[in-house]
Design a protein around this ligand. Structure first.
Ligand code: HEC
Ligand code: HEC
Length: 207
């Protein structure tokens, strides 16, 4: 044991140093390629807040944009940048770069976006959430450990769009955004009114 300990400390030290370097690469890449859209002000209602996501969900998601299991939204143009969508962004990144970005964004603190919600709809949405979504999206959709994104405090128009893509997919498996069989079963059961209530509920949740 006495002999092994320093060796173990060395290994741990080396892996910390390595992940530090990977995160530093993520900081530069994010500033260069992501933060003109995904910024701390969250000023574009089509663009989700991606701070604090689990690295696993993050990596899977970028992979899904590449394979089109997840359809990218419309191209967005920001000042000084060409119009792009998430498929183009994902395709421009190497595996190493995706890992660096995933590790970096996982260290960032996620904050709910302040929005006006309808309290009646929040109440109604909470009921639907408890019955059909809570098992996989814990704590109002705020727990990154679910590896299912962060729904709490996202822009309402983003939530509306993604729920609608899952509902399309529940109707026709080739359409919309791919999901697991289990989630599809729950999504299939919600009505238009439930979907809107869920949007208000998730938007009202703190992270
Ligand atoms: C031109 C604007 C733009 C740029 C640049 C951009 N994104 Fe996005 N991103 C979006 C929009 C809009 C969405 C949501 C709509 C969609 O699915 O396309 C999104 C969605 C995402 C999601 C999924 C979020 C979720 O809740 O599931 C991740 C992860 C992501 N982006 C990561 C990145 C990374 C990493 C970069 C930089 C390498 C980046 N984005 C650059 C606009 C952008
Ligand atoms: C059986 C587990 C399960 C259930 C039940 C479930 N989800 Fe999900 N959900 C997931 C997983 C896993 C993902 C990530 C999918 C992916 O990798 O694209 C996800 C992703 C999402 C996203 C996208 C997150 C993002 O950041 O873009 C939304 C929105 C969502 N779910 C809404 C719901 C709603 C609303 C319900 C209830 C009606 C529900 N889910 C029920 C497992 C589930």
């Amino acid at each position: 044991m006495i002999i092994k300990r320093p060796a173990l400390a060395l290994i741990i030290g080396a892996s910390f140093a390595m992940s530090g370097a990977v995160i530093a690469e993520g900081v530069d890449l994010a500033a260069d390629k992501c933060e003109h859209c995904h910024n701390a002000n969250n000023d574009n209602e089509k663009v989700p807040n991606i701070a604090g996501f689990s690295a696993l969900y993050f990596k899977d998601t970028l992979e899904h944009y590449k394979t089109e299991e997840r359809p990218a939204g419309e191209k967005i143009e920001t000042e000084g940048n060409e119009p792009t969508d998430m498929k183009m962004v994902a395709e421009s990144l190497s595996e190493e770069e995706i890992t660096a970005l995933a590790d970096y964004f996982a260290t960032q603190e996620s904050k709910a976006i302040p929005q006006e919600v309808d309290s009646e709809l929040v109440k109604k949405g909470k009921k639907v959430y408890k019955k059909r979504c809570k098992n996989c999206h814990a704590d109002g959709g705020s727990d990154p450990e679910d590896d299912a994104g962060i729904l709490a405090g996202q822009h309402m128009s983003y939530l509306r769009e993604q729920i609608s893509l899952f509902r399309k997919n529940a109707e026709d498996k080739k359409d919309g955004r791919q999901q697991s069989k289990k989630m599809r079963k729950k999504i299939k059961k919600i009505s238009d009114a439930d979907a809107e209530a869920l949007v208000h509920f998730f938007a009202s949740q703190s992270q």
